[in-house]
Ligand binder design. Structure first.
Ligand code: SAM
Length: 226
């Protein structure tokens, strides 16, 4: 798992997840920010949505602190693969579900090098990944969905959540966080819209649903168009 010494453009959205940041991630992002800035509470909305589509053969992309899996790993015989660009995220999330003996894959979703091989999954989650990626929604979502769609098993579902850009009309706290995170390259979501997300999903999947809770788009898709 060698890392280039100079971060590439797409690594900026991953580089911030140091051990220190991951220690406060659940409290700051999943607790305070989801409740007060993004208006999409973790306990009432995001965790139930994550659990609803979780299968016993799951791929989690953009794992962060591993919170969702750590709160869902009660399924008997659960198999899980974690994919992330950041070694810290992989290690921290992996250790939270170590009893599941997860497979860890370090890969940039925007520049896939085929690390998943021919693996197929019954569910693939992308929670709070797309808004971390640079570029416009159409381009980044196209790259992500085209590299993940072939890994969805027949009958499988790809699902996730992403913070929308300025069209979501953020509150005072949301505007401050959006400005700071976009300036630092932690987010790349200023112009992300629900319509662009739906469009990108529909380019790759037959059945697509996307809706908004607070400032967050939730989506699910199945039956990849190949
Ligand atoms: C905001 S965290 C989301 C964590 C978790 N899914 C959640 O919802 O709480 C974003 C995660 O995506 C990873 N990430 C960012 N850019 C990436 C890329 N280009 N390829 C793969 N992973 C990336 C980061 O390292 C981080 O672990």
């Amino acid at each position: 798992m060698n890392k280039p010494s100079t971060p590439t453009h797409s690594e900026k959205g991953a580089a911030v997840y140091s051990d220190c940041v991951l220690k406060i991630y659940d409290y700051w992002v999943l607790g305070l920010s989801n409740q007060y800035a993004w208006k999409c509470p973790t306990d009432a909305v995001l965790l139930p949505f994550f659990r609803q589509h979780l299968s016993s053969n799951h791929l989690d992309v953009g794992v962060g602190s591993g919170y969702y899996l750590a709160h869902s790993s009660d399924i008997l015989g659960q198999r899980v693969t974690l994919l992330d660009l950041n070694d810290n995220s992989l290690r921290v999330a992996g250790s939270r579900v170590s009893h599941l003996q997860p497979t860890l894959i370090r890969e940039d979703v925007l520049h896939s090098d085929g690390a998943l091989g021919g693996a197929k999954f019954d569910s693939i989650s992308l929670f709070y990944l797309l808004h971390c990626l640079p570029g416009n929604m159409t381009d980044k979502a196209r790259k992500v969905f085209s590299s993940l769609a072939p890994h969805l098993a027949p009958g499988g579902v790809l699902y996730g959540a992403t913070i929308l850009g300025e069209e979501a009309e953020h509150n005072w706290l949301g505007r401050r966080l959006m400005g700071l995170y976009n300036r630092k390259g932690i987010f790349g979501n200023k112009r992300d819209t629900l319509a662009n997300l739906q469009f990108a999903l529909a380019e790759h999947f037959t059945n697509v649903v996307a809706w908004q809770v607070g400032k967050v788009a939730l989506f699910k898709a199945d039956m990849p168009l190949m």
